[in-house]
Each structure stands twice: as structure tokens, then as C-alpha cells.
Design a protein around this ligand. Structure first.
Ligand SMILES: *Cc1c(COP(=O)(O)O)cnc(C)c1O
Length: 482
């Protein structure tokens, strides 16, 4: 797993960094956790962070920064126009992705907003390997339709396939033939994927997608928000990348695309985002929207300090030691949970460990949100905040029918360089206990359901007194332990 072998024969990930700033954590007793969860409407997005022991909600904007990133923030050049800080970012992006033009935006979804506004028209189609919540919302808002073309194997929860994020090329050809190339706004590849377990996309598959797009004159857009993890998998799982540096793999990926956009809350371990564009006309079509929605072209809604941190963070992403950390910790967690019989998505991907709620709590019907229920139970059992990625994260049909998600997942994100191995072991332990007691976990039902992105604000309640029974079992098993 790691490049460093242990005399003991153990395979455990080893950090190639040391911790120099820490934040104190608290773990409130389980009775208090139940109260807090009830007040939060069983929605982990609504938990106050001071009540959370391990915040595994997301990898967005919560990755640990390096000493060099923090240092760079101190020399940021504050200027509305023409900031030297901005020029440093633009130069770094040109160096890494090899595209001439760049537009800054305050985060990933802001890039999606601009892309959708310029490229999507009512009735146009956007084929992609898999959707992301904000991407789909922006495309739909412009009247476009998303078609998901991930290979069937990508949706199999248990698998040994190394690149489950790959797009099905035959499906892509069929989609283009069905609608006509003129109807395709653009093709989007998310590398790595978010909602299907952080599964990566191979360079080979991207090359095939690119060839199809070029043949039909269709714009290929890469969502590179989770590219750091994907690069780790290209390097370690793809024979053709084995002897390439991370920088070389990155450039090969970018060379296949027309546009690369990213959330710098993930890629670059800071907060911001942007769109790299190859073609000048395309750049000019989008440029006008940046001052309108984000800020002037040399900051795009980002603070100059964050821009400096992104520039350094992007360079650090070219370092294997840096990008290996997340995937190695995730692989450890997934492997240990598998050994204990806890259902997880395999193979281990990027972003986090994905617990398969469909199997974990197979007695909870999808209309009672099994993944949401399990996320609620895990906070109660361990003070661990995960994120529901299942039916709750879907949007109802216009006629009010539920859209049942392909997968019901509780995602336990592994923010990069943040947690220690003992904290990961604690999470494994509490998940195993919960699995042992899974029959005690019951479903959830909405009390307040917002129309758009309901998972962010929705309030739910348990369908029975299962949470009280879970607390009682915890006390019986653990005594007065936290
Ligand atoms: C997080 C994410 C986004 C959105 O980025 P934000 O900065 O949160 O707006 C888009 N695509 C993918 C794949 C992501 O993981």
C-alpha cells in the first residue's frame, strides 16, 4: 500500500508530513448527541461543528494546508485589478494544464453556472459519466438535460475494477446518434467521480471519449475537482501511466480536453475555483459573466490569500507523496471495514470511504432514506458526521414522485492530511458496532422538505423510537464511555 514496508508485515499508511497546528476536538456523550441530532432534523448538514468529533461530511474546503501554503497567504498582493497574486495562479495553471485562457470563480459550482449559461440551451443534452448535484442543478436550470453514461460496472457496489468512473463509449456514440451532435451542449467527464464512490477515470477512457468528441465537433469538459485522487489511481492502477510523472499524466489528461474546471476547495486544498479554456472564442463568450456573477477578472470572487494558497496547492498536487495520502487512508479504512463484514464500495476510491446503506440497513425501504438514517445513526453512535448520498440527495420528479437513487451511500469523507490513523480506527470501530446492531436502526421521514437541493436544509424525523433504543444499547455495551 505504502512505498514503505514494515518489518511486522503490517500494511498501514504512513504520513509523509508532520502536524504543526492542531485544533481541539470534543466528543459529547451519546445522550447529548441524540438531542443535537434531533434538533438538526436528522440532517448532518445542520449539525453545529462544535458538536462533531470527526467531521467526515466532505473534503470541500477542509483539507489541511501546508506550511508553504500558509506562508504564501502572507505575501498576497491585494489589488482589484492586475494583482500579482492572480498572475501567479494564471501562470501556474497554464504550466500545469497547458491551456491559454483562465477565468477565476469563487468555487466549483460557480464555474458550472458560467459553463451552463454559455453552453446549455433549452432542450440541449449534456452526456457525462455521472452527475454531481450542483452540476445537474445548473444544467437543468438552463433547460438542459443530463444523461449519465457511466459503464454499467460503475454502478456495481462490489467490484475489483480499477476504473469504475469510466464512460461507456458505446452509450456515448448512441446518445450522440439519438440526439444529433448539434443537440449536445458539451460532454462532461468528472475525474474522479463524486457520487459513485470517488471512483476514478482511466486516461485510456478519457482518450476514447475525446476521440469521439473531436470526431463530432463536440466540446469536452473535464471536471477536475477530484483530479488529485484520480491522478493517484492513474499512476498506481494504469500500466501506461506507471512511468510517467504526475505532472506528465496531468498534462496528458488536459491535452484531451477543451475545458478544465475545478473546485479549489478540493483541488489545491484551499477555497476557490476556475475554468481553464483552450479556445479564445470560447473564453470570450464566458468572460463577460465573471465580473457579473463572481468579481473582476483578476480575483473572480476569491480572496487574494486563497488564490496564493491555491497556486502553491496546485504545485503540491504534482507531488506523489501529497496526493497518495487520501487514497491510502481510504484504502486502509475500506479494507478494515470489509474484513469486519461492513458493506462498503469496492475497490476503495478517492474522496472518502463509502458505506453501502442498501446492504447495511437492508430492512429500511428507499422511501425511508436508508442512507440518511444510517448517517443519523452514525453521528449518534460515534459523533461522526458523514453525508447521505442516496435518495435524499435526489430531487423529486415534477409530479412529486421520489427519484430512487441507484446507490444508497453514507460517504465518510477523508479530508486530505486532516485525520490520524487512530481517529480512522475509532471510526471503523463505531461503524462495526453499528453494523452489529443494524437491526436497531430505522427509517426517516420528512418534516420539512425544500424543493431545490433538499438535502442541504431538509428536516426529518425517525419513523419510530429507534434512536432511543440505539442509545440504550450503546449504554448497555459501553457503560459510561463517551
Ligand atoms: C465539489 C464538487 C463540485 C462543486 O464544487 P464547489 O466548490 O463545492 O462548488 C463540482 N464537481 C465535483 C466533482 C465536486 O466534487
Amino acid at each position: 500500500m505504502s512505498k514503505i514496508k514494515y518489518f511486522s508485515g503490517e500494511t498501514i499508511p504512513l504520513e509523509m508530513h508532520k502536524v504543526r497546528i492542531v485544533q481541539k476536538l470534543a466528543l459529547p456523550p451519546i445522550e447529548h448527541r441524540l438531542e443535537v441530532m434531533t434538533k438538526a432534523g436528522n440532517n448532518t448538514f445542520l449539525l453545529p461543528n462544535e458538536e462533531v468529533f470527526l467531521d467526515m461530511l466532505t473534503d470541500s474546503g477542509v483539507n489541511a494546508m501546508s506550511d508553504r501554503q500558509l506562508a504564501a497567504m502572507m505575501v498576497a498582493d491585494d489589488a482589484y485589478a492586475g494583482s500579482a497574486t492572480y498572475t501567479r495562479l494564471e501562470t501556474k495553471l497554464r504550466d500545469i494544464f497547458g491551456m491559454d485562457y483562465f477565468l477565476p470563480a469563487h468555487q466549483g459550482r460557480a464555474c458550472e453556472h458560467i459553463l451552463a449559461k454559455v453552453l446549455v440551451t433549452p432542450g440541449s443534452v449534456v452526456p457525462m459519466n455521472y452527475h454531481f448535484t450542483t452540476t445537474k442543478a445548473h444544467i437543468t436550470l438552463q433547460g438542459g438535460v443530463v444523461e449519465e453514461l457511466v459503464s454499467d460496472a460503475g454502478l456495481e457496489v462490489v467490484s475489483a475494477l480499477p476504473f469504475k468512473g469510466d464512460m461507456d463509449i458505446a452509450k456515448l456514440e448512441a446518445t450522440i446518434a439519438r440526439h444529433g451532435a448539434g443537440k449536445i451542449a458539451f460532454v462532461r467527464v468528472e475525474s474522479g467521480t463524486n457520487l459513485i464512490g470517488g471512483q476514478p477515470v482511466s486516461l485510456k477512457n478519457l482518450a476514447e471519449v475525446s476521440a469521439v468528441c473531436r470526431r463530432h465537433g463536440i466540446v469536452l469538459v473535464l471536471d477536475a475537482s477530484l483530479l488529485a485522487d484520480n491522478l493517484h489511481f492513474n499512476k498506481t492502477r494504469e500500466a501506461s501511466c506507471k512511468d510517467l510523472t504526475i505532472r506528465e499524466i496531468t498534462r496528458r489528461i488536459a491535452d484531451l480536453c477543451d475545458i478544465v474546471y475545478f473546485s479549489a476547495r478540493k483541488l489545491g486544498c484551499a477555497r476557490g475555483g476556475g475554468i481553464c479554456i483552450r479556445d479564445k472564442d470560447m473564453y470570450l463568450r464566458m468572460r463577460g459573466l465573471v465580473p457579473l456573477f463572481e468579481g473582476f477578472l483578476t480575483y473572480g470572487g476569491m480572496s487574494v490569500r486563497e488564490i496564493e494558497a491555491i497556486t502553491v496547492g496546485l504545485e503540491e498536487t504534482m507531488d506523489e507523496d501529497m496526493i497518495d495520502q487520501g487514497p491510502q487512508f481510504i484504502a486502509y479504512m475500506v479494507g478494515e471495514l470489509e474484513r469486519r463484514g461492513v458493506p462498503v464500495i469496492t475497490p476503495a476510491g478517492g474522496l472518502g470511504c463509502h458505506v453501502d446503506a442498501k446492504r447495511f440497513v437492508d430492512h429500511i425501504p428507499q422511501e425511508q432514506y436508508p442512507a440518511g438514517a444510517l448517517a443519523s445513526a452514525l453521528y449518534i453512535a460515534g459523533g461522526i458526521r458523514g453525508m447521505e448520498r442516496g435518495t435524499l440527495s435526489e430531487q423529486r420528479e415534477p409530479d412529486g414522485r421520489e427519484v430512487f437513487s441507484n446507490m444508497e451511500l453514507v460517504r465518510l469523507a477523508m479530508p486530505r492530511r486532516v485525520f490520524t490513523l487512530s481517529q480512522v480506527k475509532y471510526a471503523i470501530d463505531r461503524l462495526s458496532w453499528l453494523h452489529e446492531n443494524r437491526r436497531l436502526v430505522g427509517g426517516l421521514t420528512f418534516v420539512e422538505e425544500p424543493e431545490v437541493l433538499r438535502f442541504f436544509y431538509g428536516l426529518l424525523k425517525p419513523v419510530s423510537d429507534w434512536q432511543q433504543r440505539l442509545v440504550a444499547k450503546f449504554r448497555a455495551d459501553f457503560g459510561d464511555s463517551l
